[in-house]
Design a protein around this ligand. Structure first.
Ligand code: NAD
Length: 351
C-alpha cells in the first residue's frame, strides 16, 4: 500500500461570470459587502458592485503588493464604520491578501474573484508587511469561503504579466510534486495544473484575448493554487521570497527566473516528480524545458534583468541557507550559490 495523508481545505469554487457573487452573497446571508481591489481594477469592481445592488457597502481600491498593514488598517476603519458583514476581493494576490488580512482580524466571510494566476485565493497563507518586514502565517481563518473564476476578467491582464503569473502558478505545482507531504491527489492536481498552463500560455502569447487559452490558464492556476495551499513549498519558493523581498523584485517575474534553476537543483532528489514533468513537457530534462518555455514566452530568465545586483548573490545564498526548511535535496552552500548565480545571469540550467 502507498501510505499517504491528504488534508483537503473547504472551498466552494465556481467557474462562471463574476456577477454570480450576487447569488453567493444572498446564499451566505450577506447584506453589507465591501469590495476590495487595487487602483487598476475599479471598473471591474464597479460592475460587481452593480450586480450586488443594495448588498454592496462600498469599494475600497487601495490594495497594494505585499499586504501593507497600514493599508489593512485603513480598510478596517471602513469595515467598522459601515458595519460590513462580508468581503469580495477582485484582483490578484494583492487584493486577495488584503481580504485575508481583514478576515484574520474580523472572521468576515470572503468571496475571492482572482484576476491573475498567483493562486492566493486557494491558500490559508497570508504575508503581511510592516516596517519593511514581511511576516507570513498559515491559518484556516484567512481561507476564502467562495472563489469565483471569471475568465472575462483576465482578458485584459497585460500579456507579459499574464505569462509571468502563469509561470508563478507552474512553480507551485512543480514544488508540490516533490513536497514533503506529496501524495497522489496533489500529484494529480499538480500535473493537470502544469498541463493546462503549458497549453494555455503559448496561446496567450500569440493572441492575448484568446478565450480558450485564457480559460486553460485560469483552470491551471486554480489547480496550482490548490497545490500551494495543500502542501509545503521548498527551495524555489524560499529563494523567491528571500530574493524578491531583499532586492524588491517583482513577484511573478522572480519566479520565472528562478524556477528552472531551483528545479534543476532538486532534480537528482526528486525522480518521481521529474518523471511526471518530463511526461507533461515531453522532455527528459524538465528544468531545461521550462527554461526554453520561458525563452519562447519572453518572460524574464535573469534576475539581473529584474534589478538584482551581482553582489547580492552571496547575500541571497546566506538567506537561502538560513532557517532550516524542508527540501528534497539537502542544501549544499556551494551548489545553492551556483543555482542562484545561474538564475542571476540567466544561463541555461545544467545537469
Ligand atoms: P498583484 O495582485 O499585485 O497584481 C499585479 C498587477 O496587475 C496590479 O497592478 C494589478 O492591479 C494588475 N492586475 C491584476 N489583475 C488584472 C487584470 N485582470 N487586468 C489588468 N490588470 C490586472 O499581483 P499577483 O502576482 O497576483 O500577486 C502578488 C502578491 O500576492 C504578492 O504580494 C504575493 O506575495 C502574494 N501572493 C500570496 C499568495 C498566498 O498564498 N498568500 C500566493 C501568491 C501570491
Amino acid at each position: 500500500m502507498n501510505a499517504f495523508t491528504y488534508t483537503a481545505h473547504p472551498a466552494r469554487v465556481i467557474f462562471g461570470p463574476a456577477e454570480r457573487v450576487a447569488d453567493e452573497a444572498e446564499r451566505l446571508g450577506l447584506s453589507r459587502v465591501l469590495i476590495l481591489c487595487g487602483p487598476l481594477l475599479q471598473e471591474a469592481a464597479a460592475t460587481i458592485a452593480a450586480s450586488l445592488g443594495d448588498r454592496c457597502a462600498g469599494i475600497f481600491a487601495g490594495a497594494a503588493m505585499h499586504t501593507p498593514v497600514a493599508v489593512t488598517e485603513q480598510a478596517m476603519r471602513i469595515v467598522q464604520d459601515r458595519r460590513v458583514d462580508g468581503l469580495v476581493a477582485v484582483g490578484g494576490g494583492s487584493a486577495i491578501g488584503l481580504s485575508k488580512a481583514i478576515a484574520l482580524r474580523t472572521d468576515l466571510i470572503q468571496i475571492a474573484i482572482p484576476t491573475t494566476y498567483a493562486g492566493s485565493e486557494m491558500t490559508p497563507i497570508l504575508g503581511e508587511t510592516a516596517n519593511g518586514k514581511k511576516d507570513t502565517r498559515s491559518t484556516p481563518r484567512v481561507l476564502p469561503e467562495v472563489v469565483v473564476y471569471d475568465v472575462t476578467l483576465t482578458m485584459e491582464l497585460p500579456t507579459e504579466l499574464s505569462l509571468a503569473s502563469g509561470f508563478n502558478a507552474i512553480a507551485h505545482a512543480v514544488e508540490a510534486l516533490y513536497a514533503k507531504e506529496a501524495n497522489p491527489i496533489v500529484d494529480m492536481l499538480a500535473a493537470e495544473g502544469v498541463r493546462s498552463l503549458v497549453r494555455g500560455l503559448p496561446g496567450i502569447a500569440i493572441e492575448p484575448a484568446n478565450v480558450v487559452a485564457r480559460s486553460d490558464a485560469l483552470y491551471g492556476a486554480w489547480l496550482c493554487g490548490t497545490c500551494l495551499g495543500l502542501v509545503g513549498m521548498s527551495l524555489h519558493h524560499k529563494l523567491c521570497h528571500a530574493i524578491g523581498g531583499t532586492f524588491d523584485l517583482p513577484h511573478a517575474e522572480t519566479h520565472c527566473a528562478i524556477l528552472p534553476h531551483a528545479l534543476q537543483y532538486n532534480a537528482p532528489a526528486a525522480p518521481g516528480a521529474m518523471a511526471i514533468l518530463a511526461g507533461i513537457l515531453d522532455d527528459p530534462m524538465p528544468a531545461r524545458a521550462l527554461y526554453d518555455l520561458a525563452g519562447a514566452l519572453r518572460v524574464p530568465r535573469a534576475l539581473r534583468d529584474l534589478g538584482m545586483p551581482e553582489e547580492g548573490i552571496d547575500r541571497a545564498t546566506d538567506l537561502a541557507m538560513a532557517n532550516a526548511y524542508w527540501n528534497p535535496r539537502p542544501l549544499e552552500r556551494a551548489s545553492v550559490r551556483d543555482c542562484i548565480a545561474a538564475a542571476w545571469s540567466g544561463t541555461p540550467p545544467r545537469p
